[in-house]
Structures are given as structure tokens and as C-alpha cells.
Design a protein around this ligand. Structure first.
Ligand SMILES: [Zn+2]
Length: 414
């Protein structure tokens, strides 16, 4: 999967949470790091409640105490802190005085969190969470010279030095008595052997990361990098991921940084290229008679159901929810709504008549984002899910002309 659905979902939640404001400093944010004992958290909440009882404003005091109480109650659902950590945000988000609307948001973090934080403010603390969901693409970095090699990793914006190797290949000076032909042949062999050794190290580091590795970027001052890229020194699955090569001057940590600087434009292009490439395949199938494509919510659902989808293309701009409405009389209906329409429906539903029995007993039983529903189905049938941005013309077309959902199929459905 090119972009993480969980993170995509979290981004939307963060966006929503960032809009909430308390009337005063009364929104509580609590970050519990992985492995931190919950009894200590409960104790801290008690202490905070003690402090909050001194707040002068009666409403603020009441709101903070209520939030703390709700958090304490919520924590009782857990035997211990979830594996990666837990974030709880709670408070009165109602814009009207005297008409409180307490909300509690509880999120298990997608990756191990080390931050411990308690804050009571006018808004929720979201920055650490935002940093967590930033796309963290992983690239392998190689700087190759005749006598030296540096292997590194780029994760998001962080560069990590993994290995620095030296060849032991003799330098330019030739030992006395050796013929120059023989010398240069020996050196070629030694150079080749060094590249083999580099290849082994790179395989060792990156084969395990294959599913998340976006590409391999190669740099260096001379021809060694080209010989390495053109030769068969890497596992073929890694070789496929080699992107551009760059001329660089430095080695080790500094060289890795130089390489990332030089590659930054092409890294951005790579993401765009990937999107363009998969969309191009879709358009190529589309114009064929009996092309292996499907689009639109209904067709895609059918295709997923019978396991026909190979690549599912979902626009990041897609903003649809699946909503199940039920009534006591047994009436059931499943609708697709935009987020805005869903909110409208949620406020209007108590006054809506059931089409079957005519009573005012309709309620929303389930709601799930379409992106999520479709990707779950896709993953259970082994289809690949691609979230496509609207940054490219192709991505725009997916959203505007195909309703934001399309697929490349394994077999024809017609
Ligand atoms: Zn009914």
C-alpha cells in the first residue's frame, strides 16, 4: 500500500480535532507513553483535580473537573496502557455557555510513543500526534566509491548511518615488479569483489524492509556507482527499486546528507510518478475493448466481492460515508453520504418518519468512511490499495470523472 489508510484516517481526525475550542482553558489533553503504568496516570488525574478545584470561574472549574472525571472513567476500560501508547482528549467543546457538550476522544497511537504530557488549554494538544502521522517514506541511501561505501537510511526527514565499509583494494600506486596489465586486472577483480560485498550488506539491511522501502538512491564521485547500478550486485527485488544516481563529493554521514539534498527534487517526483504510473495503467485498460477496469462505488463493490480487483485506486479527496439506518420495525437502509450530508442527517433523523411504519424511531446504526470500508474489503482479497492525491491531472480526473474510486481488475467482469 502506498499510503497508510490508518494514517490517512488519523489525519482526518486530527483535522477535525484542531477545530475545537474551549470557551476557557478547559480542554484536557493527556498523552500516555507506551509502557507507562496506568495507576500513575490515575494518581496524576486525582492531583490535577485537586488543583482544578481552586479555579476561580465556576463554569471553567466544573468543565475541567468533568473532563478529568470522564477521562478517569474511560481509563477504567484499560487493564494497562495499549502497546504503542494512548492519547485522550476531553472537554466541553460547546460554543454556547450553559449548554455543555463534553466530548472524549481516545486514540491508540499508530506507532510507539514516548511522549508523556498533561495539559489543560483552550485547544487540544495535537502537534505530537501530527508528527506521528506525517508520511514517513523509507529510502535506502548508498554512497559508493572505489575504496569506500556508505550505507544509510532516509525515514521521513531523518537520516541514519547504517554502515561504512572500506575495500582494502590497493590504491593507484603499483607494487614494483608487477606488469601494469596484470596490476590493473587484479584491481578490477578486487573492485568487483568489493561491489559484491557492498551488495551483500545492502541486501542484509534492506530485504527485510522490502514492503516499506520506497526506493534506493545512489551517489558517489566516480564510476563505481554506475558499475554497481548496472551490474547484478543486488537482489533483483532491491535492484528494481534503484532510482536516480547523483554525483556527490563527501562520504559517511555528511555524504548521506549531501545525497538527500541532491535527490530531494527527484524524491518528490517519485511519489508523483508512482501515482501517474498506476493511473496511466488504468487509462490504458479503460480505452481497450473489454479492458480490465471498474469504477464507481457500485461496480467497485461488486468487483471486490468476487475478488476481481487487483489494484484499487481511491482519491484522497473522496469524502463519503456509508451509513446504515434502522428502525425498530425492522426497516433497514444503507446510504452513501458526504460528510456534510451525514452531519445534516444526524441532526434531522429524530424528526424523520420511517418509510415502513411511519414512526419516528429511525436511528443511525453504523457509519464508516467509504475509504475505510473499501480498503478493508480490498485487503481481505489481496488487492493493493493506492490512495491517489489530487496533485496530478490524472488524480484530478479520478476524483472528478470517476467519482474518486476505480480499479484495475484481475479478470473481466463483463
Ligand atoms: Zn419503522
Amino acid at each position: 500500500m502506498e499510503k497508510d489508510i490508518t494514517k490517512h484516517k488519523l489525519k482526518k481526525i486530527i483535522n477535525k480535532l484542531s477545530k475545537y475550542r474551549g470557551r476557557n482553558t478547559e480542554l484536557v489533553s493527556l498523552y500516555i507513553p507506551s509502557g507507562y503504568p496506568l495507576p500513575k496516570v490515575t494518581q496524576q488525574l486525582r492531583d490535577e483535580a485537586g488543583t482544578a478545584s481552586n479555579i476561580k470561574s465556576k463554569t471553567t472549574r466544573k468543565n475541567v473537573l468533568s473532563a478529568l472525571e470522564k477521562i478517569t472513567q474511560h481509563l477504567k476500560l484499560y487493564k494497562h496502557t495499549p502497546k504503542n501508547g494512548l492519547i485522550i482528549l476531553c472537554g466541553n467543546i460547546s460554543p454556547q455557555e450553559g449548554n455543555p457538550d463534553y466530548k472524549l476522544f481516545s486514540l491508540e497511537t499508530p506507532e510507539p510513543m514516548s511522549i508523556r504530557l498533561y495539559r489543560c488549554d483552550q485547544e487540544f494538544v495535537l502537534t505530537p500526534l501530527k508528527e506521528m502521522v506525517e508520511e514517513k517514506d523509507i529510502y535506502a541511501l548508498l554512497i559508493l566509491e572505489r575504496n569506500e561505501a556508505t550505507i544509510g537510511l532516509l525515514k521521513g526527514k531523518r537520516i541514519e548511518l547504517l554502515d561504512h565499509m572500506t575495500s582494502g583494494v590497493p590504491g593507484k600506486a603499483r607494487a614494483g615488479g608487477q606488469s601494469s596489465v596484470r596490476f590493473s586486472r587484479l584491481r578490477d577483480i578486487a573492485d568487483h569483489e568489493f561491489r559484491v560485498r557492498i551488495g551483500q550488506h545492502v541486501n542484509n539491511f534492506f530485504l527485510d524492509m522490502l514492503p516499506v522501502l520506497k526506493g534506493i538512491i545512489v551517489g558517489g564521485p566516480g564510476l563505481t556507482k554506475n558499475k554497481f547500478v548496472e551490474g547484478d550486485y543486488l537482489d533483483y527485488r532491491l535492484k528494481e527499486k534503484i532510482g536516480d544516481t547523483f554525483d556527490t563529493v563527501y562520504t559517511e554521514e555528511y555524504g548521506l546528507r549531501e545525497l538527500v539534498d541532491k535527490a530531494s527534487d527527484s524524491l518528490q517526483e517519485l511519489e508523483v510518478m508512482r501515482e501517474k504510473k498506476i493511473m496511466k495503467r488504468f487509462f490504458q485498460e479503460l480505452i481497450k475493448e473489454n479492458g480490465l477496469v471498474a469504477y464507481g462505488e457500485k461496480e467497485i463493490k461488486n468487483a471486490l466481492e468476487i475478488g476481481a480487483v487487483d489494484d484499487l485506486l481511491i482519491s484522497e479527496a473522496l469524502d463519503l460515508w456509508r451509513v446504515k439506518i434502522v428502525c425498530n420495525c425492522g426497516y433497514e437502509n444503507i446510504l452513501t453520504k458526504t460528510e456534510q450530508d451525514l452531519q445534516k442527517l444526524e441532526t434531522e433523523i429524530p424528526e424523520k418518519q420511517c418509510p415502513k411504519c411511519g414512526n419516528l424511531q429511525l436511528e443511525i446504526k453504523e457509519k464508516i468512511e467509504l475509504v475505510e470500508e473499501l480498503s478493508e474489503k480490498a485487503e481481505s482479497t489481496g488487492a493493493k490499495v493506492h490512495l491517489i492525491s489530487v496533485d496530478t491531472e490524472e488524480g484530478n480526473q479520478l476524483f472528478k470523472a470517476f467519482g474518486g474510486i476505480a480499479a484495475i481488475l484481475r479478470f473481466s467482469m463483463r
